[in-house]
Write a protein that binds this ligand. Structure first.
Ligand code: ADP
Ligand code: MG
Length: 323
């Protein structure tokens, strides 16, 4: 890969967890409801993401690795209303530029699948392969060709932990999808994928937290808030159990955290942080996710509205929970 390619890749991919994030988001965009992730050495030497989504057609496979050749955005207007998790067409070329990638995939219409192997972003090799409908990405030797980046990787266990907490969040955001994580041969997460948020919370946060959760369901001013917030019994001294999603995309939001805590204060107590898993559904034109490749920070067209709706949603749930 060229220097420009490697620099662009570094914007999107800085550790195994960012590779897993991009691959799993692609699986979700492809309509998968079963996603399995396997790691060896924290994902540094090997990681695999297998899904039962749409698969990629033979003729589309090499194209998927061309920068900005996304299949998800056709017009400038689409950029204002992003519904899919991916939209830049940068992930696959970036991952391929800094590792050895092998994709095995089959679409429903095809009797047989194919495999595409790319190393360091060079032209890949396409061959026939037998496989189930869906897609498997295998990524080996992350940053093998960029020693400067390799140096910034943390210990295997730290990189593996980053992937594990990413999968926790993805599982919380998508209770109707079954997620599995295998680390060095051990299964450390498996969610049922039956749509029940409380059972995902039980697996990720523990039984005490899950038992203390009150459902949240509230709509106002074009924003719908769903999910769960905890009763005071499991309040923590940190925000570690607060998770927010917008249209199922994990985000960091001071606005949302502030609103939850204000509602909590109003209702119950100060100085403690509730656990919560809240998903905001709102028209995607009201939120700008196109801020940074990592896409964790979002801008709302009206922060005030979002604050008010989250506040009211939590207040309503908490007073319900007191009865
Ligand atoms: P983006 O997600 O921004 O479109 P990516 O580089 O992440 O760009 O992916 C490129 C293209 O490859 C996608 O637009 C999609 O068509 C295809 N693709 C990638 N992963 C999968 C998958 N797991 N299942 C089906 N199609 C996929
Ligand atoms: Mg993508």
């Amino acid at each position: 890969p060229s220097v420009a390619e490697l620099i662009a890749a570094g914007e999107v991919i800085d550790r195994p967890a960012s590779i897993v994030k991009e691959l799993v988001e692609n699986s979700l965009d492809a309509g998968a409801n079963r996603i399995a992730v396997e790691l060896r050495n924290g994902g540094i030497t090997y990681l695999r993401v297998t899904d039962n989504g749409s698969g990629i057609g033979r003729e589309d496979l090499p194209v998927a690795f061309v920068r900005h050749a996304t299949s998800k955005i056709a017009t400038a207007d689409d950029l204002d209303a992003i519904m899919t998790l991916g939209f830049r067409g940068e992930a696959l070329p970036s991952i391929a530029a800094v590792s050895r990638v092998c994709v095995t995939t089959r679409t429903a219409g095809n009797p047989s699948g194919c495999r595409y192997t790319v190393t360091g972003g060079d032209e890949g090799e396409l061959e026939d392969a037998g496989c189930a409908v869906g897609t498997t990405f295998e990524v080996r030797d992350v940053f093998y060709n960029t020693p400067a980046r390799m140096k910034f990787l943390k210990k295997d266990i730290t990189e593996g932990n980053a992937v594990a907490s990413l999968l926790d969040r993805l599982a919380l955001a998508n209770p109707a999808v079954s997620f599995e994580l295998i680390r060095d041969g051990r299964r450390v997460l498996q969610t049922p994928g039956d749509g029940n948020l409380r059972s995902v919370i039980r697996l990720v946060c523990g039984a005490d937290v899950a038992a203390a959760m009150i459902p949240v369901g509230y709509s106002q001013d074009g924003v719908t808030v769903g999910g769960m917030i905890s009763k005071p019994s499991v309040a923590r001294s940190t925000r570690s159990l607060q998770t927010f999603f917008i249209n199922s995309r994990y985000i960091r939001s001071r606005t949302c955290a502030g609103a939850v805590e204000e509602a909590y204060k109003n209702r119950l107590m100060t100085g403690r942080f509730p656990a919560c898993v809240l998903n905001l559904e709102l028209d995607s034109s009201l939120v700008d996710v196109n801020v940074h490749p990592a896409k964790l920070e979002v801008r709302f067209s009206s922060e005030r509205t979002v604050y008010n709706v989250v506040y009211s949603a939590c207040l309503a749930a908490l007073s319900q929970g007191e009865r």
